[in-house]
Design a protein around this ligand. Sequence first.
Ligand SMILES: *[C@@H]1O[C@H](CO)[C@@H](O)[C@H](O)[C@H]1NC(C)=O
Ligand SMILES: *[C@@H]1O[C@H](CO)[C@@H](O)[C@H](O)[C@H]1NC(C)=O
Ligand SMILES: *[C@@H]1O[C@H](CO)[C@@H](O)[C@H](O)[C@H]1NC(C)=O
Ligand SMILES: *[C@@H]1O[C@H](CO)[C@@H](O)[C@H](O)[C@H]1NC(C)=O
Length: 402
Amino acid sequence: MGRTGAYVDRALRVLADTRVQLAATVVAVSAATAGVIAVRREVVTKRTPISLTPNEESLVREQLARHYAFLGEGGHLLLWSTDGARLYALANDRAGGRVFSVDIASGARTALTGSGYVSSIARAGADMLLAVYSNTTASADIYAVETAGAEAAMRQIANVNHDILDSVRLSPAEDFWFTGARGDQVHGWILRPHGFNASRTYPLALHIHGGPQRASTHSFSHGQWNPNMNAAAGFAVVQINFHGSSGYGQNFTDSIRQKWGGYPYEDLMKGLDAVLANHTFVNGRRLVALGGSYGGYMANWLNGNTDRFSALVSHDGQFDMVSSYYTTDELWFVERLAGKFRTPTLFIHGANDFRLSLEQSLAPWTLLRRRGIPARLVYFADEGHWASRPGNSVRWYREVLE
Ligand SMILES: *[C@@H]1O[C@H](CO)[C@@H](O)[C@H](O)[C@H]1NC(C)=O
Ligand SMILES: *[C@@H]1O[C@H](CO)[C@@H](O)[C@H](O)[C@H]1NC(C)=O
Ligand SMILES: *[C@@H]1O[C@H](CO)[C@@H](O)[C@H](O)[C@H]1NC(C)=O
Ligand SMILES: *[C@@H]1O[C@H](CO)[C@@H](O)[C@H](O)[C@H]1NC(C)=O
């Protein structure tokens, strides 16, 4: 039995201890699949630790990987308590993803988890939840969360990747706040490059999240955009939850309406200034920025507004607001800004991206090439809006890092 088998096995033992319902098996977190349902059926009939055939194991692995990719999308989840008196809810909270218990009668809200990111929960009896949790330095795994008491300690009940994680160095996220657009406090964090030496200077990679009404979080990305991949390549990495991000109140999220370029751009520039003012180890003349979807739109926006960056990555980004379906004050993006494009850019696009089609990358790529500015277009023939297949992820990192 491999790692996944041991993982399921161990979690099941914990579940057996706590008289858990079938619905709360460890694999229920990715229950939408036949492979996982087969595992669950076996749990019901045998009620003993199970072993998986190589086929089943690879199926479970694949489903977990897919589930983890989905986690990156920050799906929220609601669950009723077994007695119906409470609702358990996942919500973004300042770059974290926390489980809240909401008392239905009073509306009182209690946080059950602290820092880091819970991406999905399943019920495990009357007083316990199972949670998929990760943080910047710990990949997603299964934890038990007590539902009684505030911020009860979470207990890790599986550690499926420890042999791999123990062999790599991961930089923690160091939080900071600065005064951004409209005088609001804006949250960001920095990861130091691996092998950090305070007397050296390092280039900086700015990661820009998509959405825009979502957030960069203190979670562990199993697909693209894991900031530690850039830290491993010798970059300091900065992420900023600019106006429009979720987890800072509805007003902050809503504030991006009609301001797709404006507030976030101001936040990113001010955040970078704050980082450069505090950290002499960052070389302010070696800045790059990377983003996907809305983050790709912002990479294009940076190209039209500043020459602060020596290179950009725009993944499935938006370029032409006219041929796209948004109508904001930035409708004339191309006319107003494309004339200024001069930063070398890597464009990445998926053939099956039905949200933003290929011409959104083809157009700015052509523009840069015609001006003799280095530009590269990487086209994934078998990807949609995210490049999620494992082989493509490897290729994606190679393209971005080289
Ligand atoms: C991240 O998770 C690991 C494993 O559970 C834990 O040891 C560590 O304290 C967590 N870090 C943060 C910042 O919460
Ligand atoms: C840190 O960098 C300085 C300057 O390059 C070098 O002299 C020193 O040996 C480095 N320290 C370590 C621990 O690598
Ligand atoms: C929400 O933001 C607007 C500016 O966009 C501000 O005028 C208003 O006072 C804010 N409301 C609250 C409740 O903070
Ligand atoms: C800069 O340093 C100040 C004072 O220590 C701190 O409050 C602030 O969060 C720091 N900002 C950044 C971007 O590191």
